[in-house]
Write a protein that binds this ligand. Structure first.
Ligand code: PLP
Length: 567
């Protein structure tokens, strides 16, 4: 049996040994994995997380901290020896130093970007995978982990009403990666190698062209660049408000034909189901028809809105997916599978394996396992996490119906929020709310105001809203319009949070529209509210949760904050 060389650790460290370290100390204490100690420490961590969730709504969503605030409070070097009960002491620092500086992504008032949903079983699934800590890069490296991933990607694909061609049961297959960007990179590389083999080899690299719209997530351009596609060969097709910012099949077809006529090689289309700015849905069937016969790999990035396909009433958004080559979505965004989890399905797995597979690794192969899935050949890296466990737990413990209910609740809240915005004549909803996302903007009283001024007004409104700490939203620029994005989708969000968020927007609109407020930097205008709110909210969290109540650090921090902000 392999043994861990404790002696090396003690010999290298010349610091003095702590007299009574309760935390396992390599070389002088128990083994670093110890069931009894794990149970004791695990309870501390679970209690900590549970307390955090109990009080999360009381934190300002976005922290009022300046760059460098944390580094200044931490020592420059790691400790030579653990302090007594180091984990408990570190958890106190998480509570007192780190939590005041995080953006609370699980806050029910977090409406920015797209949510990263968490759930009890999602978090515990992560804990289970971390505890088992296996590395299923091949089937042989962990047969059950590989097989669970094949089973769970088929389960999810069926739950999302994806066509069978993309699932193992229909000749395709799925895998679990970390992010959508990885899914794009892997599929572009697969498409690239397949195409180069067809058109005459690597010397044609410079002729390969990829297509997307001006609403496609920026990670697509990054993935294409990493895959070696010339930056000049990324066609970004403009969209417009009239067509809901969706990619036009006719414009795509014209671009593909123009490239072919110029001797270039159309390679890859990234269509989006649920764009980041406005959750627009590109028409998959028509886009596939537009490139049919040109040998273009069609990938669907459904990072956010793919989750909505779980509801039969939304499954039409993936209509036409029978003809696509690959489809990806992030269950960590809207399906309760804690970060990170991106499901990618491909119609022809051999294309992925041909590009990303490695066969000079006999050491990893198991003679008995030649006809199995080796997931290392479906991704960039060798090592990988056991993500299937978490997704499987989520699907088992919530069930497809439970997840439908979760998605529908957010959609209902978005409908309610949109109605509130539309009922206030000072605001405009430039595109209808889609899924859980509502885009809106404040209009100046004077119709003739230039777009740039309207945009600046909305930029100030967003900053003012976010400075309150009572709601946190993000923005997008579409068709030249700066819009606020209220993305409803967090696990703890209820209708009352959405109503309060709207009240915050209205209050801040009053403020930015008043002559006194107009032209004044939002930081200066809403300073009083911000600091008072931040102090009130932090104090209440401290009082309810912290024990001992407030450390000297918090008192000093609170006064320093007030001093810095001039209150
Ligand atoms: N695609 C879309 C539509 C997104 O909204 C996002 C992020 O929000 C991404 C891709 C990038 O996702 P990831 O961080 O998983 O790469």
């Amino acid at each position: 049996m392999a043994s861990f060389n404790h002696a090396n650790y003690t010999a290298r460290d010349t610091g003095s040994s702590p007299a009574a370290a309760a935390t396992p100390t390599l070389g002088v204490g128990p083994l670093p994995l110890d069931g009894r100690e794990f149970r004791r420490q695990g309870r501390q961590v679970i209690d900590f997380i549970a307390d955090y969730y109990d009080h999360i709504d009381e934190y300002p969503v976005r922290p009022a901290v300046a760059p460098g605030f944390l580094a200044r409070q931490l020592p420059d070097t790691a400790p030579s020896w653990p302090e007594p009960d180091a984990l408990a002491s570190a958890l106190r620092d998480v509570r007192d130093l780190i939590l005041p500086g995080v953006t609370h992504w699980q806050s029910p008032r977090h409406f920015a970007h797209f949510a990263a949903t968490a759930s009890n079983v999602g978090a515990l699934g992560e804990a289970l995978a971390a505890g088992l800590n296996i590395n299923p890069f091949t089937w042989a490296a962990s047969p059950a982990a590989t097989e669970l991933e094949t089973v769970v990607t088929d389960w999810l694909g069926k739950a999302l009403h994806l066509p069978e061609q993309l699932l193992f049961c229909g000749g395709g297959g799925g895998t679990l990666l970390g992010t959508s960007c990885e899914a794009m990179l892997c599929t572009i590389v697969a498409a690239r190698d397949r195409k180069l083999a067809e058109v005459g080899g690597e010397e044609r690299m410079g002729d390969l062209v990829v297509y997307c719209s001006d609403q496609t997530h920026f990670s697509f351009k990054k993935a294409a660049h990493v895959a070696g596609i010339r930056r000049a060969n990324c066609r970004v097709i403009p969209t417009c408000r009239e067509s809901g910012f969706t990619l036009s099949p006719a414009a795509l077809q014209a671009a593909v034909r123009a490239d072919e006529a110029a001797g270039r090689v159309p390679l890859f289309l990234c269509a989006t189901v649920g764009t980041t700015p406005t959750a627009a849905v590109d028409p998959l069937r028509e886009l596939c028809a537009a490139v049919a016969g040109h040998g273009v790999w069609v990938h669907v990035d459904a990072a956010y809105a793919g989750a909505a396909c779980i509801c039969p009433e939304f499954s039409h958004i993936a209509a036409g997916a029978e003809a696509v080559d690959s489809f990806s979505t992030n269950p960590h965004k809207w399906l309760l599978a804690n970060m990170d989890c991106c499901a990618l399905w491909v119609r022809r797995p051999p294309a992925l394996v041909a590009a990303l597979g490695t066969d000079d690794d006999v050491i990893l192969k198991d003679a008995a396992a030649s006809a199995v899935v080796d997931y290392k050949d479906w991704q960039v890296a060798l090592s990988r996490r056991f993500r299937a466990l978490k997704l499987w737990l989520v699907l088992r413990c919530h069930g497809v119906e439970g997840l439908r209910g979760f998605v529908r609740a957010h959609v209902r809240m978005a409908v309610a929020f949109e109605a509130m915005v539309r009922a206030d004549p000072r605001f405009e909803v430039p595109v209808p709310a889609r899924f859980g996302l509502v885009c809106f903007r404040l209009l100046p009283a004077d119709d003739g105001t230039a777009e740039a001024t309207t945009n600046e007004l909305n930029r100030r409104l967003l900053e003012a809203v976010n400075e309150t700490g009572r709601a946190y939203m993000s923005c997008a620029v579409v068709g030249g319009m700066y819009v606020l994005r209220c993305a409803i989708g967090n696990s703890l969000t209820e209708e009352r949070h959405v109503r309060e968020a709207w009240s915050v927007v209205q209050e801040q609109a009053d403020s930015v529209l008043t002559p006194a407020g107009a032209g004044v930097a939002p930081a200066a205008r809403s300073k009083g509210r911000t600091i008072e709110d931040a102090r009130r909210m932090e104090t209440s969290v401290h009082e309810k949760w912290r024990s001992p109540p407030r450390t000297a650090y918090h008192v000093i921090r609170s006064y320093a904050l007030a001093f810095l902000l001039g209150k």
